[in-house]
Every structure is written in C-alpha cells, then in structure tokens.
Design a protein around this ligand. Structure first.
Ligand code: CO
Length: 234
C-alpha cells in the first residue's frame, strides 16, 4: 500500500531518472512483500557497483562515510506504522529503499554519493566540517529538487518517500533556491518539520561537479578541530 500510493503520486513529480530506475527495480520492490535485499543488491551491483548494508539503527558518522566511500548504502529494516505514512523523523526501510536506492543506479549520482563519502572520511573528526557535510547531504540526497525541462522535480529521498512532503513542495509558501554548494553548507535545517526552503540543481552532472567546491570551502572555513563528531546523518 505504501509503495503503490507513493509510486502513483510521484509519476508527475519525481525526476525522470528516479522514475526510470524505480521502474527498473519494481520487480524487486513488489508492493505486497518486503523487498528482497538479495535481488536489489544483485541489480545494484550489476548496475553501478553499489550494495545495501543492513545496519542496526544509527552508526557513527565516520562509519557512515566509510560505507558510502565503498559504495555501500545503509538501510534499516523497520517499517513505519500506518499512522506514520506521511512524515517520519527517523528513516525506516521504506525511506531507505524506496527513497534512496533507485537513483543509485544512475552512474553520475552513484559517483556523487561515493565521492561525498570520501570527502566525509577526510573530515570526519572535524565537527564543523561534518555539520556542513550534513547540510549538503540534507539539501541534496534527502531534500533535493532538480529542474527538468522547465519543471521542478523531486530527487531527494526524504521527499520521494513522503506522501505529504512530495505534495508540500508545490505549495505557494515554499522557497526554491538555485543550488549553490557554499550557501547550502551554510544553511541550517530542522529535521522535525517539513522544509520551507529547498535547493534545485540544474543536473546531476552539476551536482557531481559541485563537490570540487566542497573541500575548498571546508578548508577555507575550517575552525579548530573539536574531536570526533556525533552529528547524525540519516
Ligand atoms: Co535518507
């Protein structure tokens, strides 16, 4: 039910790349059963060399970065209750799989996620840098929008896996800003409510290329290192 409702809802809202790969994965994501991680891994591995790593809840941020750098995406295994269909603070398996996995089959996006992990590993002990990377993750991988042929479309997993938020982004009272990697890293967010500000990328290629500016910004704004970070990345 979760899958069917959201799949229909996203048809005219999600990025065509996301929809393409969601469709490709559909046999392994059947609506009437728990997705087969073995099948999904088979497809991911054959496509872009990614795989799914099952993790028990939250893991240290450095481990999270390490897994991304090795092309492994963490998934939880719990599923939301019917009364939590619209918005969740903690990611569940529906969010992790339905939201994140399809785009990992896009080669450019797959490379972006890996490189993000590599940068994260380098800066994992710098709390300020981790906070900036968390914001970048938040406004792209979780809540990113993309311009496609004059239309605004969803690619962020946090929006794609939320019925409520995937409709909310078309409300009048939200602000869509042009993607600027430095501005993104300086923009704070709240994880307990729907967003009011989003950033829209022109293409996945430009998202990948924006990582060149990330390290430069981190070095330029580096403050005294303050020990291992405990910031949560979902
Ligand atoms: Co997520």
């Amino acid at each position: 039910m979760l899958f069917d409702r959201q799949e229909k809802n996203l048809r005219d809202k999600a990025s065509t790349e996301y929809l393409l790969w969601l469709n490709e994965l559909e046999p392994s994501l059947c609506a009437d059963r728990i997705p087969s991680f073995r099948e999904l891994n088979h497809r991911l591995w054959a496509g872009t060399g990614w795989s799914i790593e099952v993790v028990p809840g939250l893991i240290p941020v450095v481990d999270f970065f390490k897994l991304l750098a090795r092309r492994r995406f963490c998934s939880s295994t719990w599923i939301r209750r019917p009364d939590q269909l619209d918005y969740l603070e903690e990611p569940d398996m529906f969010h992790d799989i339905f939201g994140h996995i399809p785009l990992l089959l896009n080669p450019t996006y797959a490379d972006f996620m890996q490189k993000f992990g590599e940068i994260g590993m380098k800066y994992a002990s710098d709390e300020q840098a981790v906070l900036k990377l968390q914001r970048l993750y938040w406004f792209t991988i979780e809540f990113g929008l993309i311009h496609e042929r004059g239309q605004l479309r969803i690619y962020g997993a946090g929006i794609a896996s939320s019925f409520g938020e995937s409709n909310h982004i078309f409300d009048d009272d939200i602000t869509v800003l042009p993607f600027d990697v430095e501005k993104v890293m300086e923009t704070s967010f709240r994880s307990d409510v729907m967003q009011t500000e989003y950033f829209a990328i022109p293409s996945f290629e430009s998202l990948y290329r924006s990582l060149d500016g990330v390290e430069e910004h981190l070095v330029n704004t580096q403050m005294e290192s303050s020990g291992p970070a405990t910031v949560e990345i979902r």
